[in-house]
Design a protein around this ligand. Structure first.
Ligand SMILES: O=C(O)CCC(=O)C(=O)O
Length: 311
């Protein structure tokens, strides 16, 4: 008995007992997540605090050029020369793309509009800023309580970043339906909308309930046709995120999902990934926060941060 308890702790982490400590609203959210594989939080929509954060993010992208480079420049893609890469949906590291001359660097950046016109980026990525105001959304108190109860233990925030996605000539892997494989049993991702999302700006798509079935689970990617034939459009299973800025969708991405390809403008989306403590690779932290920012977190929030992420 003791042996199996210890084994369980080693497998996942500190267990969280029951759901009764949650408010009625959060119990409902937890129930929704358990049944459907996703749940939506809208308490940041329209708040001055979120709008201030959004403006800060826009400034980091459009004025300070804090996005990551090397960055893929769709303008440098030659459909003939890069046929293989296109067929592989650009499954290559930034380093490999850079060696092929398909990226732009910080030194190439003169202004935001020049980046868009010269390089046609499909995505600009920003690492989570070392700022408590961002962490406080990534570790939103309602969200982490639901995440913890769903998993049954306190998970660790292992990835944290924001992406601006533009219309792209060539789809990449996550534009196709897939199931995330980061962990077989315990995985949650939060999608934090930093812009109003419409059908035209590339909504996120999810098949409700698909974590519970074993349909379409034998290959890495699926077409719309394959998904439509297993989950007909009139079944109401496909959830499409037409939502205002400030919305957070917490999702078990072991279920079927895909990124919508923007047809116009862009969409800004924050990402967080929650995994069991044992799945954390201390040698490879995927985001960093300073001790000063860490010290601003509540006791509860701090439990979601691994020591390897603090510098
Ligand atoms: O950008 C999105 O809407 C989804 C991204 C995705 O597929 C993923 O993070 O696995």
């Amino acid at each position: 008995m003791l042996k199996s308890v210890l084994e369980n702790i080693a497998k996942v982490g500190r267990r969280v007992e029951g759901d009764s400590h949650l408010s009625n609203d959060l119990q409902e959210k937890l129930q929704h997540l358990r049944i459907n594989g996703y749940v939506t939080f809208d308490h940041h929509v329209g708040t001055p605090e979120f709008e201030k954060l959004r403006q800060n993010y826009i400034q980091r992208i459009e004025q300070n050029f804090e996005f990551k480079t090397p960055c893929l420049a769709q303008s440098k893609i030659d459909p003939v020369k890069h046929k293989k890469l296109i067929e592989n949906n650009f499954l290559a590291s930034n380093q490999e793309l850079s060696e092929l001359g398909l990226t732009f660097e910080k030194a190439d950046v003169k202004s935001y509009s020049q980046v868009l016109s010269d390089f046609l980026p499909s995505t600009l990525s920003l690492d989570l800023p070392d700022d408590y105001n961002y962490l406080n959304i990534w570790l939103d108190h309602d969200l982490i309580q639901v995440a913890e109860s769903y998993m049954g233990f306190t998970p660790i925030l292992t990835e944290a970043y924001i992406r601006r996605n533009f219309p792209a000539r060539i789809p990449v892997m996550n534009h196709y339906w897939h199931r995330d494989r980061n962990h077989k049993k315990h995985l949650l991702k939060a999608f934090i909308f930093f812009s109003d999302c419409t059908l035209k700006t590339g909504p996120h798509h999810y098949i409700a309930g698909s974590i519970k079935d074993n349909i379409l689970n034998d290959k890495n990617y699926y077409t719309d046709e394959e998904v439509n034939s297993s989950y007909p459009p009139d079944s109401g299973k496909e959830i499409v995120s037409v939502v205002p800025a400030g919305t957070i969708i917490l999702e078990d991405t072991r279920g079927l999902h895909k990124a919508g390809l923007p047809e116009e403008e862009f969409r800004d989306l924050g990402f967080s990934v929650f995994l069991p403590p044992v799945a954390v690779k201390p040698s490879r932290p995927l985001f960093n926060i300073s001790r000063e920012t860490y010290n601003q977190l509540s006791e509860k929030q701090a439990k979601f941060i691994a020591s390897g992420n603090i510098f």
